[in-house]
Design a protein around this ligand. Structure first.
Ligand code: BGC
Length: 332
């Protein structure tokens, strides 16, 4: 019987991350700041708590990250009903997504680990057997690189991401409202109260959604109608591929900066608007806005919007899905 394991990777600067084969989950991220260990990733104390929470803390999300409207897709004139798990829609791959699977540890070294998973044909309604690899690497320049690879036996949408929540101020901080955030994107997707696209992509200057210059997360947070609908940021931004980085997050004490780079076309910015009651590591619970997730992905519901300006989210047999995202930390 396979068991849940915890694996630690460390680098020469004293940075340390922890991962688990359960959900190929990123459990912890410790940075040496002013001679102290600073935990910058949200997480629980026990696996039981991880299993109960519904915030997808640090988990690998698949087969399809974010929402698919009405939990249905069409491929080659065939209709596929998927497993719905948020009202009529599907969120993060269905009731038993990749976050709830026990992955196989294929290889492991001091600074890298590879998890693999086979998702059977029909899993959560998706066609084709999907063979997935999730590789985490901790480099000596304080980068956590997450690579995903996949192959399929039938055409299927694939959108793998990691659902880490960051609070760069560390565990004593209660929220990320005074972090500064920059996202290099000219367009974003407005959504309705169910998180489903309510419009086409629009310019970030509309509705006060512009993050192209560093901006405090608290800045007019609930003043824009778009953010009121989702109780904070919970929006996909289409990245400007001409920029060197996708996003930058800076702690409120300015001691930690995190740069995000990715091969994915979009970043879901989610400010933890519904984190309340999620168990933390200290026998207590997180509150709303305790952490921010910067999830690299295809735009939500892409299988039903082939017209959107991004590469196709469908993987064909004989193709290889390959994407990577890196979170790099700079300590002042
Ligand atoms: C979604 C949120 C959702 C959260 C946890 C995020 O990726 O955008 O709407 O509440 O995941 O499920």
């Amino acid at each position: 019987m396979p068991i849940k394991q915890i694996i630690t990777l460390s680098n020469k600067h004293g940075m340390q991350i922890k991962l688990s084969n359960w959900g190929a989950t990123w459990l912890s991220c410790i940075l040496p700041v002013d001679g102290q260990n600073r935990e910058v990733l949200l997480g629980c104390q026990t696996f039981e708590q991880y299993e109960k929470q519904d915030a997808y803390l640090g988990a690998t999300i698949g087969r399809y990250a974010n929402r698919i409207a009405n939990a249905t897709i069409d491929i080659d004139n065939r209709h596929y009903p998927l497993v719905a798990n948020q009202g009529v829609n599907q969120l993060h791959g269905g009731k038993l997504g990749f976050d709830k699977q026990l992955w196989h540890i294929q290889s492991q070294s001091d600074q890298q680990i590879t998890f693999t998973l086979t998702s059977p044909d029909g899993d959560q309604g998706f066609p084709g057997e999907l063979n997935v690899e999730a590789i985490y690497q901790l480099t000596d320049d304080n980068k956590v690189v997450i690579k995903f690879k996949a192959t399929t036996t039938k055409t299927t949408p694939v959108n793998l991401t990691n659902h880490a929540y960051f609070n760069l101020d560390g565990e004593t901080s209660k929220d990320i409202l005074n972090h500064s955030l920059q996202v290099n994107a000219n367009l974003y997707l407005p959504v309705d109260s169910n998180g489903i696209a309510s419009n086409d992509l629009v310019c970030v200057t509309q509705n006060d959604m512009d993050l192209r210059k560093p901006r405090l997360i608290s800045d007019r947070l609930l003043a824009s109608l778009d953010r009121q609908i989702t109780s904070g940021y919970d929006h996909a931004y289409l990245l400007d591929k001409n920029q060197a980085i996708a996003a930058q997050l800076i702690s409120s004490d300015k001691k930690v900066t995190m740069n995000v780079t990715t091969t994915k076309p979009s970043l879901q910015i989610y400010t933890g608007n519904f984190l309340q009651h999620t168990p933390n590591r200290n026998n207590s619970e997180y509150g709303n806005f305790a952490g921010i997730a910067l999830e690299s992905q295809f735009l939500p519901d892409s299988p039903n919007h082939p017209d959107w300006p991004q590469p196709s989210c469908f993987l064909q047999p004989k193709q290889i899905y390959e994407h990577h995202t890196a979170y790099q930390f700079f300590i002042n």
